[in-house]
Design a protein around this ligand. Structure first.
Ligand code: NAD
Ligand code: TDX
Length: 339
């Protein structure tokens, strides 16, 4: 099996590559990633010498480069993780989200149509469903929940999902889509809530909580997401959407307090800051379909996953220190000042 994994130098894509190379020693994985600010080649260092792995630095929006890669590699499957993924950045500058997340997806699928493919898998998000009210804990996102996006990021992901389903219906492209809740774990980029709070707390810097900190996210350990995608690739039904989530809803403020406690830092570091524009209140996935059809269940409890994650950031300082001292630092200062 030859699999092109796009966005594999980022958080979830890299974890997925490690999972696949480990589990399927006879598969070949080709990572296509243009290394934006969020892509980090050092993340892939452990597999760079693996004969079953190849890294290609190109953009999914570059049609010629993508077609060339298909001619060279004849992939059996494509798994598309490549995206601009940060909601706050999409609010500041939506354009690149449209280019990568929408146009990039269509270029990849055009290549799949032109050269033939067994499966095109789109890695999507629960954010395409918009949000749920805090006072209705009985409500969850199912695959039938209407698309109702809030941010430029989620709108670009939803547009891509609609294109994927359109390519299936119109051209018969063998597609699947997974819509996952918030991931956490190793190699999570330090602009996102959990790694940002761990790193700031380690430096005794303020912990910027948006609004009142009562927004709810449904957290899933990244390995459990990777296993779900593996299962969908091998057993999922073409043309179908699968929600992925572990019924692990938590308020942002509670996550930040857990991190303070685990690191022995005072809660007085918590600083309430201006809320995100259009901030979604609550995400909550109903994963019944992937459980009943494919037998998937999350394996990592939050208490264990967050402990493993914190330990990973403590023992892999070099990985994130390089990031927070570089280009990302300029962005962070623009967003938050010199906090
Ligand atoms: P990330 O920002 O950590 O990584 C994105 C990767 O894509 C980077 O390596 C980057 O260099 C690459 N990339 C960006 N633009 C590219 C382009 N034009 N061509 C090639 N490569 C490009 O993102 P992540 O958190 O790992 O998310 C991966 C995917 O999963 C995204 O599609 C995201 O929407 C989706 N998702 C993420 C979460 C989450 O909690 N992080 C949850 C659900 C779904
Ligand atoms: O400094 C912060 N303070 C804060 O209160 C940051 C960075 C975030 N937050 C809040 C906003 C959200 O309610 O924490 C929550 C989580 O924020 P993010 O880590 O930015 O994630 P989110 O916006 O929920 O989106 C993530 O999950 C769904 C990923 O970034 C998306 O790519 C994925 O689709």
């Amino acid at each position: 099996m030859n699999i092109i994994v796009t966005g594999g130098a980022g958080f979830i894509g890299s974890n997925f590559i490690f999972h696949m190379l480990n589990k399927y020693p006879d598969y070949r994985i080709i990572c296509l990633d243009c290394l934006t600010y969020a892509g980090n080649l050092s993340t892939l260092a452990p597999v760079m010498d693996n004969p079953n792995f190849r890294f290609v630095k190109e953009s999914i929006t570059d049609r010629k480069a993508v077609y060339r890669l298909f001619e060279e590699e004849h992939p059996d499957m494509v798994v598309n993780f490549a995206a601009e993924s940060h909601v706050d950045r999409s609010i500041e500058n939506p354009q690149v989200f449209l280019e990568t997340n929408i146009i990039g997806t269509s270029v990849l699928m055009d290549a799949c149509r032109k050269y033939g493919i067994q499966r095109y898998h789109q890695v999507s998000t629960d954010e395409v469903y918009g949000d749920l009210p805090l006072d209705r804990p009985d409500l969850f996102f199912t695959e039938e929940t209407p698309i109702h996006t809030s941010s430029p990021y989620s709108s670009s992901k939803a547009a891509a999902d609609l294109l994927v389903l359109a390519y299936h219906r119109t051209y018969g492209l063998p597609v699947t889509i997974s819509r996952c809740s918030n991931n956490y774990g190793p190699y999570h980029f330090p602009e996102k809530l959990i790694p940002l709070m761990i790193i700031n707390a380690l430096h005794d810097k303020p912990l910027p909580v948006y609004g009142e900190g009562i927004n709810v996210r449904d957290w899933l350990y990244v390995e459990d997401h990777c296993k779900a995608i593996d299962l969908i690739l091998h057993k999922g039904h073409v043309g179908e959407v699968y929600n992925v989530g572990g019924h692990n809803e938590m308020k942002n403020i509670d996550i930040v307090k857990i991190i303070c406690k685990a690191l022995g830092k005072p809660e007085s570091l918590i600083t309430y800051v201006t809320d995100r524009k259009g901030h979604d209140m609550r995400y909550a996935i109903d994963p019944t379909k992937i459980h009943e059809e494919l037998g998937w269940l999350p394996e990592t409890k939050f208490a264990d996953g967050i402990q493993k994650t914190i330990e990973w950031y403590l023992t892999n300082r070099e990985w994130w220190e390089t990031i927070v001292s570089g280009e990302y630092q300029n962005y962070y200062e623009e967003m938050y000042g010199n906090r």
